[in-house]
Ligand binder design. Structure first.
Ligand SMILES: *Cc1c(COP(=O)(O)O)cnc(C)c1O
Length: 365
């Protein structure tokens, strides 16, 4: 903290050592089950230092949902193998081929566009076919997988290197042994029918950790990869919304600054309509409190999952003001630190008004 100038505010403080610890802990916990980790950087917009921390921890590759984020990683010199975990649009296929990233696919016409782009570049594009197993986001239905896989395997410039599935994100369908068996059985069928190796069987995201880390474990179930973002970054299990034992939950801290702190009544006065987001907040008369205003708002944060320091309470927010109740009045310029949940991290990282401040891990040894 010996900087010449004060760090910008608001900002997200990022502790790379904690991210690396979380990634290494998960890599080691999953290795006995034959599962390797794809570290997902999308919540940080493909921040190169986060990818590097994951790579140092031994993840097999880095994945992101956006072509632009993967390009950012390559530009920054990240050398890890990459995976694009959202299907590209046909127009993005040339850029995907240029990245040399494994690419998830679900639509024949997109595979054709990848093949054409790969032919042009004189390379083979690796693809991973996503299978719909009930959460109803991306993927072909299981009974369509063989036909589409056959079609892919006949294309000269595309190689089918795996299949995968994604649960929990759209409808909250919980990943269990049943879907994982279905996925690995499908992989076995494709290997037999098409005579391909299909090394990647990518079982899902952080929501799969309940299954993967359960007693008895998934050994021998044929899943070879999990794509982990939230668990590495925030140390939480999205299914239970609770911390995963042994992981840090404070690798990211949202920091914002006081601009006003006054003793004010808790009851508004005057005729009331709705607030700036159409809501009608319930207020009860608790007398006078210390109401503290920070220069950050809903453009930069999510109230859900935002945790203020002990003794302080979040009362509400508009686009660019966050209202806190604090035990005492605080001087303008005072910094307040919050912990965030996944949606809040995503919002803060995406806001152009929120800076990043990275703490570099101390060199070991
Ligand atoms: C976002 C995403 C992930 C990572 O999800 P987490 O819950 O952050 O682990 C994995 N796979 C796909 C397809 C995704 O879109």
């Amino acid at each position: 903290m010996s900087g010449v100038s004060a760090p910008p505010s608001p900002r997200v403080d990022i502790d790379l050592a904690k991210i690396e610890h979380n990634a290494r802990t998960l890599v080691n916990a999953l290795a006995p089950a034959g599962i390797r980790v794809t570290g997902i950087t999308k919540a940080t917009l493909g921040l190169p230092s986060v990818a590097t921390a994951m790579a140092s921890a031994g993840v097999a590759r880095i994945g992101d949902s956006r072509v632009a984020n993967l390009e950012r990683l390559r530009r920054a010199g990240v050398r890890s193998p990459l995976m694009l975990i959202r299907s590209p649009t046909p127009a993005e296929c040339e850029r995907v081929v240029a990245l040399r990233a494994v690419c998830v696919v679900t639509e024949p016409s997109v595979v054709d566009a990848l093949s054409a782009a790969a032919a042009q570049a004189g390379v083979t594009q690796d693809v991973l076919l996503m299978i719909e197993l009930g959460d109803l986001r991306e993927g072909v239905l299981p009974h369509q997988a063989l036909e589409l896989s056959r079609r892919i395997s006949l294309l000269p410039h595309v190689a089918l290197v795996g299949i995968g599935t994604n649960l929990a994100c759209r409808n909250g369908v919980v990943p269990t042994a049943s879907q994982m068996h279905q996925l690995s059985n499908l992989a076995a069928l494709l290997r037999t029918e098409l005579g391909i190796v299909l090394p990647l069987v990518s079982g899902g995201n952080s929501a799969n950790l309940g299954w993967a880390l359960a007693g008895g474990g998934p050994r021998g179930q044929g899943i070879t990869d999990l794509r982990l973002g939230e668990a590495i970054l925030l140390g939480t299990d999205p299914v239970t919304q609770s911390p995963i034992p042994g992981l840090h939950t404070d690798a990211f801290t949202l920091v914002a600054t006081v601009i006003e702190s006054l003793a004010k009544p808790t009851m508004p006065w005057g005729e009331r309509s709705v607030d700036s987001f159409g809501g009608s907040p319930l207020v009860s008369d608790r007398g006078t409190i210390n109401q503290t205003l920070l220069s950050i708002g809903r453009q930069d944060l999510e109230l859900e999952g935002l945790v203020a320091p002990v003794g302080m309470r979040v009362l509400g927010a508009s686009s660019d003001h966050l209202v806190l109740e604090t035990p005492v009045r605080l001087a303008p310029g005072t910094e307040i630190r919050f912990s965030v949940a996944y949606a809040g991290l995503l919002r803060a990282m995406t806001s152009p008004y929120v800076a990043n401040e990275i703490s570099v891990p101390a060199l070991a040894g």
